[in-house]
Ligand binder design. Structure first.
Ligand SMILES: NC(=O)c1ccc[n+]([C@@H]2O[C@H](COP(=O)([O-])OP(=O)(O)OC[C@H]3O[C@@H](n4cnc5c(N)ncnc54)[C@H](O)[C@@H]3O)[C@@H](O)[C@H]2O)c1
Length: 251
């Protein structure tokens, strides 16, 4: 038996990077996967690749995570396709690099809507379904920015700090219903978000020299942790913030 047999997993931001890696790994481990992204072409390509290897195990849906209407529509479509959703990976997100003096309310709100409100809505809409199914596992993707700061990135830090906090609140609220809620806090991970932010070789080398394991994370590193938290191997782990950063934050 595979590690996610009989589980139905909704993964947001699955058109690229970490979400795409999680969608592939979860299907490999026996889950039915509802892969969503605002970039529909990308998530369709991810799902086509998955279904070639693991037939009929995934569907692709267009989804703006900041829209509550979109959430309602994709959850309905997902449940219609595969039955009750018992795993949610709240992964979609954007970077926000403006400094305090350059940040206005629209910029801050956009980051909050896409990174934090989106995850809050996902929990709100899926908790009743998981309750009825007898439980579930929710994994919210934060960042090292939830916990530490390097200056700048202030809106991003606010969104990611909120994720760490409401993960605890949700874990406390839904624990009696058998729903576990955890957050993952990656350091730098080799995706477009990283290359858009760390733009020169000098920057890369300077940051890598501060990471005890001397590399950025791979998408598979984070996907493996998400898999563990989604699976029944972690049934007593909830309300916890899981740092995955090559030990960067401890030095
Ligand atoms: N890459 C890193 O270094 C790093 C570090 C810490 C945390 N994270 C977090 O990891 C998560 C995944 O990021 P990634 O590294 O795979 O980056 P990525 O840019 O490769 O993927 C992000 C995905 O989110 C999608 N997305 C953006 N806005 C959306 C919206 N409104 N609705 C739906 N989907 C939307 C994008 O289309 C994309 O597919 C994010 O929450 C990010 O903040 C990334």
């Amino acid at each position: 038996m595979s590690r996610l047999t009989n589980k139905v997993a909704l993964i947001t931001g699955a058109g690229n990077g970490q979400g795409a890696a999680e969608a592939l790994l979860f299907a490999k481990e026996g889950a039915k996967v509802i892969a969503t992204d605002i970039q529909f072409e990308n998530v369709t390509a991810v799902v086509n690749n998955i279904n070639e290897q693991y037939p009929n195990s995934a569907i692709a849906l267009k989804h703006d995570v900041s829209s509550e209407e979109d959430w309602a529509a994709i959850v309905k479509a997902g449940v219609d396709a595969f039955g009750p959703i018992t795993v949610l990976i709240n992964n979609a997100g954007i970077q926000a690099t403006k400094r305090y003096e350059e940040t206005d309310i629209e910029y801050f709100r956009k980051a909050m809507d896409i990174n934090a409100w989106s995850q809050f809505v996902g929990i709100k809409i899926l908790a009743p379904i998981m309750k009825q199914a007898g439980g579930g596992s929710i994994v919210n993707i934060g960042s090292l920015a939830s916990i530490t700061s390097v200056g700048g990135f202030n809106s991003y830090t606010a969104t990611k700090g909120a994720i760490e906090a409401f993960t605890r609140a949700a874990a406390a609220e839904f624990g009696p219903n058998g729903i576990r809620v955890n957050s993952i806090h990656p350091g730098g991970v080799e995706t477009k978000m990283l290359t858009d932010t760390v733009t020169t070789n000098e920057m890369r080398e300077a940051i890598i020299s501060m990471i005890p394991l001397r590399r950025f994370g791979y998408v598979e590193d984070v996907a493996n942790l998400a898999l563990f938290l989604a699976s029944d191997e972690s049934t007593y782990i909830s309300g916890a913030a899981h740092v995955i950063d090559g030990a960067m934050s401890i030095v």
